[in-house]
Design a binder for this molecule. Sequence first.
Ligand code: AMP
Ligand code: MG
Length: 421
Amino acid sequence: MSELLSLEEALARMLDRLQPLPTTTIAVDESLGRVLAEPIVAHVTMPPWDNSAMDGFAVQAADVVGATKRWPKTLRVVGESRAGHAPEVEVKAGEAVRILTGAMVPVGADAVVPVEETDALAGVADLPDAVTVHTPADRGANIRAAGSDLHQGDRLLEPGIRVSPAAVAVIVAAGHGAVRVHRRPRVAILATGDELVEAGAPLGPSQIHDSNAPAIAAQARLVGAEVRRLGIVRDTLSEVERRLAEGVAWADVVVASGGVSVGAHDVVKSAFERFGELDLWRVAIQPGKPLAFGRAVGPDGGHVLLFGLPGNPVSTFVTFELFVRPVLRCLSGDRDPLARDAVRARLASPMTKARDRRAFLRVVLEPDPGTPGGWLAVSAGGQGSHVLSALAAANGLAIIPEGVDGLPAGAAVDVWRLEGA
Ligand code: AMP
Ligand code: MG
């Protein structure tokens, strides 16, 4: 019950046997932030045909060899090609077709001369009878060749990647209107503590606002989870059990904050034990050592994961980042659930910590004036596990390993960038 686990060991136990959630098909327009369950294969070739990269004139390159401002070449304009309309004319020797960006290059043309390199007017203008070209053009100049972006059958995106705005564009361009993604994890959140009141409520004596549940909800949404709030629960076993039952009936993951220490009213651990197995208890990290993790059986017979995060707000935040986030990413089908955006930085000032634990200290990353391209990690304020103001000022977590009491100014550390900070 009272094992002291390394971070890696704790994570391995949490991620053990965890499978991505079932898949579902949704409109590409709704897919931002969702995780692909299938590779995206191009249905179409892009561009589908040679098209113009410029507004100008489609010509035969041979006709404009040696053209200059002084000795221009004049060509007969036989028609026009514009986007959305297949050209009805061909370009023969001595001829040109006015062409607009994205329009099909007419048969016979092998180069496009930009309008700025001719005597024609840019912008809205009648089709001229002739055009005078001031510059030579290489074959293929200003032509975007068919297939120069992608070919039908190309594998563009792999399963397990999260759909970005750019991915939305390429999925649609490749011919898809819908994509297969994993179901979003459902996260039920409860806050325990007799001292807690809802956001915005006036504070009575010995009361504080429940900031943990809203923060957990925000962190869960940032990794794409669907959130349900189970509210604030008093520190009694029966009440925690009752709300936990509600969560287990709906969620893939239940996250409780507070009540996991060894205090006289810390009932979360006992409530978890009534629902299922309690897997671990203490992890060698700072902040956030007291932590409960368990598995309950959901209504469909599958596992519901239970997290009891420590109540100190910074501990809650950090333990979510360390444990709940990778679990949610794994359930989402993310192919790399532990990946973090990290940089190497130098500490701007000495930082201290508990020797036996790995510390995740709140820092602001700033460009290092001493090292071009380098980063400086500046303490974001008080490092106590209750100091929300410093957490909110931080944009990174500096990691100081086990085995030292701290590090001096100038020491190199890994810093995780905080998403959304
Ligand atoms: P606990 O883990 O329940 O012993 O709580 C540890 C500290 O965190 C205490 O100071 C609590 O008042 C505070 N705390 C617990 N839950 C919350 C919460 N939901 N929001 C803000 N602070 C909390
Ligand atoms: Mg409490």
